[in-house]
Design a protein around this ligand. Structure first.
Ligand code: CTP
Ligand code: MG
Length: 404
């Protein structure tokens, strides 16, 4: 069996040093770019190509909840790795031990990473992973310290006992990389440590320091929460086109943009037949590179039979928000020989704006005929186009959510 490298993402801490600033939410569950912090590390690992699988370690009470969340996120972001979620322990090293115990036997190298470091890059993951060998079983990324570091006096009376030579000091980050068999042995025997490398150091194995990344900061106190502020300068324009057709016939009374159109026209449809909202949803999904409504709401699934398109649109808006895509404007066109739609244009426009949570100025509706040509001209059917434009987050700092 091929030997593999796995990552362990430690997310079982309580975030005590964060105080009350997150209203009781542990920092690893804070949302940044529409995803929990721990997920950003998972994506960096998945993009590094050196990693084959992931173990997520959560507090016991969160394992089930997060397992479900990961199932959704993995589909949305295409994680592409085997994974498991397990319960952590009291101390960080207990969580590491539980993560290690869950690794598959073919795993030979392991990367242990703090979920509280969401800015980790795939390059750093790769650098650490590729440096691990049996002969060099312990790798840590480190960066030189810029502050002068003093040591407190033993009695902790507020005095400095001495000053450490700054040029000798290195601030250590995660992921830390290990030859798994050695780490397994060490973790059972060692007492208190503050990072995983200390486990092997205590057995006399050398720790190799590779270049860390100054951007790979850890969120520890409330003062560091500013790091999670969104940077609007990183937004990129995006657009999406949607198109839908329905055949006229005995079926469902015509509805456009959620507005019932009187006059007796009916369309044949599996859903509620609101082709304008269908075109709109496809344009929105297109804008976020999320495929089409057929993929998200297959018409082979009975639960979508006759379902209100407004409900589906709500789900699409949820997908967009998780993908950090903001809608700026939608332009809608219906092509129909009959009925005459001008009398309903304003109502449709207002209703679509309401459904999207946009001001009316951001929605346009128009209707046209095809001069009695084609299937709309012969009144066999009706069609709709939607063009959506918006902004998406192009910040590649964490190297994960949006690769350009
Ligand atoms: N961690 C863990 N299990 C623990 C303690 C910590 O998995 N028993 C994880 C945290 O979730 C975090 C990482 O280890 O991702 C680094 O720990 P730290 O920054 O100390 O986080 P917390 O322990 O949550 O914070 P605090 O020490 O302020 O309580
Ligand atoms: Mg801690």
């Amino acid at each position: 069996m091929n030997k593999t490298t796995w990552g362990i993402i430690l997310a079982a801490g309580k975030g005590v040093r964060m105080g009350e600033s997150c209203n009781g939410t542990a920092k690893q569950f804070l949302e940044w770019k529409g995803r929990p912090l721990y997920w950003h590390s998972a994506m960096a690992m998945s993009l590094s190509a050196s990693v084959h699988g992931l173990i997520f370690v959560f507090g016991q009470e969160f394992v089930e909840r997060e397992r479900k969340r990961i199932q959704d996120l993995a589909k949305l972001d295409n994680l592409g790795l085997a994974w498991q979620a397990v319960a952590g322990g009291q101390r960080r090293q207990d969580s590491s031990a539980n993560g290690l115990a869950a690794l598959p036997t073919e795993c030979e190298r392991v990367l242990i990473h703090d979920a509280a470091r969401p800015f980790v890059s795939p390059e750093l993951v790769r650098l650490v992973a590729n440096a691990i060998t049996e002969a060099q079983p312990c790798i840590v990324p480190g960066i030189g310290v810029t502050d002068t570091i003093k040591v407190r006096d033993q009695a902790n009376r507020g005095f400095a006992q001495g000053t450490l030579p700054r040029s000798d000091l290195v601030a250590v980050q995660t992921p830390q990389g290990f030859w798994k068999p050695l780490l397994e042995k060490a973790i059972r025997q060692v007492q208190d440590v503050t990072d995983d490398a200390m486990l092997l150091e205590q057995f006399g194995y050398p720790t190799l320091i590779v270049d860390g990344d100054p951007a790979n900061l850890k969120i520890t106190t409330a003062e560091e929460l500013y790091l999670l502020k969104e940077d609007c300068s990183q937004l990129l324009p995006c657009s999406g086109l949607g198109y839908d057709v329905h055949r006229y016939g005995t079926g469902r009374p015509l509805k456009l943009g959620g507005v019932a159109i009187p006059g007796g026209c009916e369309v044949i449809a599996h859903s509620d037949g609101d082709l304008l909202l269908h075109a709109l949803m496809d344009s929105l999904l297109g804008m976020a590179s999320l495929g089409d409504i057929g993929r998200h709401f297959p018409d082979s699934d009975a639960k979508y039979e006759g379902i209100s398109s407004a409900i589906l649109l709500d789900e699409v808006l949820g997908l967009l928000s998780r993908a950090q895509v903001k809608i700026c404007h939608v332009d809608l066109t219906v092509v129909a020989q009959k009925p005459k739609l001008a009398p309903y244009a304003e109502e449709i426009r207002a209703n679509v704006a309401r459904l999207l949570g946009l001001p009316k100025i951001s929605v346009n509706f128009k209707a046209t005929t095809e001069e009695k040509l084609g299937f709309t001209g012969t009144c066999e059917g009706i069609k709709a186009y939607a063009l959506a434009s918006g902004l998406k987050n192009a910040d590649d700092k964490c190297g994960c959510l949006f690769r350009l």
